[in-house]
Design a protein around this ligand. Structure first.
Ligand code: EPU
Length: 422
């Protein structure tokens, strides 16, 4: 195993180039199973989650080539309709092969992904969506069996549940409906830019999808999809993470480049309201440091609301900003493991029922801490950047799941970070 050692106090400067989106790449890679044609996908980040997905595709019979951000997938013949536990347990997002497998085979057996540290993460809404297209779902021996006896048939489905809509659930139904018979109307659909990117990818393969990016998506089923070429959208969460780094630890400012600022509107708004200057161009945001920045109140909600995937990083910022901040996560109310680790660095907070009240302290001090999940690890890196002394972050494999070359990117903008084996 490896750990990161962050030597706090080196101010950041310059420009950081953002990679392609992990959360857009994963369903897009799964969607390549819908065609026999060749799909060329550019700007796929080299992170362990995309590597797992490529392993799953190979296991299911796809030929995969990968070179510097470009992935070529061709799945002439699906070898299997089964995604076994060994593959699925490594990454929850592997459930998004269900839609394509069901659509191409009229059946699939996929191992249930199980819980994860950020919460329960059920898939009832995915199954409800498939049932709306005529599939029957049964769970046995830890596996989900889906069968569409008479083929998939378009219908009206609602993807909204107790915690709002579901991103990968919407993706799954979109993929299945693309080659189902007839028209599907998805109500309560997730509006995330990653869903829009998947719809754009499917449309470039010949699908007929309208309304992506709104709560109602209409899919007119087609008989076949063809190969295509696609460039994945920039990773808005990686971008947001570096924006917080600019606010928290830059010498004067940090430019976050090769992004779509429209996807980051709420993060920009919160930073501005907290006193940080943010300059915008068509493909960059520059965040200025402000030692007198103040706290804020944020409540996570589905896009265009404040992303749960940026909640931990904001906690790292608020840990040393003046005043009291209130952070509520309505999507994953248990996703606050980072706070207990930051407490070891001197953070002052109270936590109850999905809401953290954080009182900014003058400075954190470096300490050995444990990464518990992807975004919690990113928050610990941010906290370590201007803490006094060194912060050792153990279990760093969590961060490698979703941030491409994170230590190298931080080193390039002035941070002192070492990666060592332990
Ligand atoms: N939910 C249900 N039933 C379902 C599905 C979801 O109740 O069948 C609940 C979840 O428990 C949660 C809420 O609905 O409370 C939203 O979950 P969602 O299904 O939207 O999450 P996801 O699609 O599994 C994606 C991202 C996550 C991100 C969430 C929310 C990918 C690969 N993952 O997960 O990203 O937090 O949407 O925006 O796109 C990350 O990148 O660190 C990450 C966890």
């Amino acid at each position: 195993m490896e750990k990161l050692i962050i030597h706090g106090g080196n101010p950041l400067f310059g420009t950081v180039n953002i990679s392609g989106s992990k959360n857009a790449s994963l369903p897009i890679l799964a969607a390549t199973l819908l065609t026999r044609g060749e799909c060329i996908i550019r700007r796929v980040p080299d992170v362990s989650d995309t590597n797992y997905m490529l392993q799953i595709l190979q296991n299911l019979g796809a030929d995969v080539e990968r070179a510097s951000g470009t992935v070529v997938v061709k799945c002439e013949k699906l070898k299997s309709h089964v995604a076994p536990y060994d593959l699925v347990r490594k990454m929850r997002a592997s459930v998004c092969v269900m839609g394509p497998l069901l659509a191409r085979h009229n059946r699939c057996d996929v191992s249930l992904p199980g819980g994860c540290v950020i919460g329960d993460r059920p898939i009832d809404l995915h199954l409800k969506g498939f049932e709306g297209l005529g599939a029957e779902a049964t769970v046995e021996g830890g596996n989900i069996h889906l069968k569409a006896r008479y083929g998939l048939q378009g219908g009206e489905v609602n993807m909204s549940g107790k915690y709002g809509t579901t991103v990968l659930g919407t993706d799954n139904v979109l993929m299945a409906a693309a080659i189902a018979k007839g028209t599907t109307v998805i109500k309560g659909a997730a509006c995330e830019p990653e869903v829009v990117d998947l719809a754009d990818f499917l449309n470039s393969m010949g699908a007929k999808i309208t309304g992506a990016g709104t709560a109602t998506i209409t899919v007119e089923g087609v008989t076949e999809l063809s190969g295509t070429e696609h460039v994945v959208i920039p990773d808005r969460i990686e971008a947001g993470t570096f924006m917080v780094a600019g606010a928290l630890a830059s010498e004067s400012a940090l430019k976050v480049n090769r992004i779509n600022p429209k996807h980051l509107e709420l993060i920009t708004k919160v930073l501005r309201e907290s006193g940080y200057q943010v300059d915008e161009t068509a493909d960059s945001l520059t965040v200025h440091r402000n030692p007198n920045g103040t706290g804020a109140n944020i409540v996570t909600s589905p896009y265009p609301g404040f992303p749960t995937d940026m909640q931990a990083q904001m906690c790292a910022l608020f840990a040393t900003t003046e005043g009291e901040s209130v952070v509520k996560d309505t999507i994953f109310p248990q996703r606050f493991m980072h706070l207990s680790e930051m407490k070891r660095m001197g953070a002052d907070f109270e936590f109850d029922e999905g809401t953290a009240v954080i009182r900014g302290v003058e400075q954190l001090s470096g300490a050995p801490v444990m990464a518990s999940d992807l975004r919690a690890s990113a928050a610990l890196v941010l906290a370590g950047l201007n803490a006094k002394g060194s912060t050792d972050i153990h279990r760093v494999y969590h961060i490698d799941r979703g941030y491409e070359g994170i230590d190298e990117k931080f080193r390039n903008i002035g941070a002192r970070i070492d990666r060592v084996r332990e």
